[in-house]
Design a protein around this ligand. Structure first.
Ligand code: SF4
Length: 385
């Protein structure tokens, strides 16, 4: 049994997912990934933690996330209490030999960008990049465990190197020099860090053709209120740059709906942008106020029902766009590393399509597959002979 109780913002959710992936080999596991975005979220985090202790007395209970950081005493009964900063070191303790194909490697922590809805700059304000040497050592370790893909993660990976006179671009080039380095995938990256230089480097090192961009909105008024330092035109430029450089690229985005004051016209601007742009995946979040952020002071909340409706509209839209994207991949070949979930044979393409295979391929082997079936719900592939 593996259970992830994920609370809070997109970043937190993502990290919870990463941790679950990394701890895949632990048989009886409950991860409570806490959040302190509001007082309510803090209380809820602690409630979920107590429930986990009560309901799963024999499981390995891992408590992590922002609420643990500000109030570790309340989570002292966890089997493992993992601080966000030392997450990788802790994972090694819990799981000496993980067996998934993707290794989530944290390259930096912290963000000082001060987006108005985000608490990260308050709880993880200092940008701390890990040295290239340390990262290289960890990749070699992951390689020795036969991982097939490295996913670079962090609070804001575009800021990598800011504090150590380096950059994400340099890091990618350095990683590419590691003999037999597995393929590299970027996790979420802010639109202002997607430059022609970065794109060139990703091409050069054959990084995964997959971008996940937290655009949050495509309406200039809302973007200004969010204190995001780009506008709609910049987003268009970035997406064009990506499309021009990578065939069949997957472009995902995060969007917040119902930011204070977001009216129908502003939401329609975002909706129209997503409809027109070649986006393939979307994570949509209803705005939730967080005490301590600048946005908390903003008036004009959007009613809950309206937020729910906007979320639904975007989800329906992306479902269709994702289906069309996968349909265009029919008959194309990809390399995937084989994983099993509930005895089902699966593989992930570099452009972020999960394929299902009938054949029982050897676990963790890299195989070439051809996509031979696409439905709204899944993508099917067969091994190339
Ligand atoms: S870029 Fe903005 S939203 Fe992202 S972590 Fe930094 S402050 Fe938060």
């Amino acid at each position: 049994m593996q259970k992830l109780i994920n609370l809070g913002c997109k970043l937190n959710q993502y990290e919870g997912y990463c941790l679950l992936e990394a701890l895949n080999g632990v048989a009886d596991l409950v991860i409570v990934n806490t959040c302190c975005v509001t007082r309510e979220a803090e209380l809820n985090s602690h409630k979920k933690f107590r429930q986990a202790l009560r309901n799963f007395p024999d499981a390995t209970i891992v408590a992590t996330g922002c609420a643990c950081r500000i109030d570790p005493e309340s989570y002292a009964k966890a089997t493992y209490l993992i601080d966000n900063v030392d997450r990788n070191a802790a994972i090694k303790d819990i799981l000496p030999k993980p067996d998934r194909t993707r290794y989530f490697l944290k390259v930096q922590d912290g963000c000082d960008m001060k987006c108005s809805y985000c608490i990260v700059a308050k709880v993880r304000a200092t940008v701390e990049s890990r040295s290239m040497n340390e990262i290289e050592q960890e990749i070699k370790w992951a390689l020795s465990l036969d991982y097939k893909e490295i996913v670079l993660v962090g609070a804001n990976i575009g800021l990598y190197g800011k504090d150590i006179d380096s950059s994400l671009d340099e890091l990618l080039k350095a990683l590419n020099r590691i003999p037999n380095c597995p393929r590299i995938r970027l996790s979420s990256i802010e639109p202002f860090f997607i430059t022609s230089r970065l794109v060139e480097t990703m091409k050069e090192i054959s990084a995964c053709r997959h971008f996940h961009i937290p655009i949050q909105s495509a309406d200039n008024t809302i973007l200004r209120k969010m204190n995001r330092s780009y506008d709609r035109r910049h987003l268009e430029k970035v997406i064009r740059l990506i499309k021009e450089n990578f065939e069949d690229v997957a472009i995902g985005a995060d969007v917040i709906v119902g930011f204070p004051g977001e009216d129908q016209k502003e939401f329609a601007n975002t909706y129209q942008f997503i409809r027109e742009q070649p986006l393939t995946h979307l994570h949509v979040f209803p705005y939730s106020p967080r005490r301590g952020t600048d946005a908390f002071k903003l008036n004009d909340p959007v009613p809950k029902k309206e937020k729910k409706d906007r979320l639904w509209q975007l989800k329906e839209l992306i479902k269709q766009k994702n289906f069309e994207f996968r349909r265009r991949l029919f008959d194309k070949k990809f390399q995937v590393a084989i994983e099993y979930k509930n005895r089902e044979c699966l593989g992930l393409t570099d452009n972020y399509v999960k394929v299902h295979l009938d054949e029982q391929c050897p676990r963790n082997e890299l195989v070439e597959v051809v996509i031979d079936g696409v439905t709204e719900d899944l993508t099917h592939a067969r091994r190339c002979t």
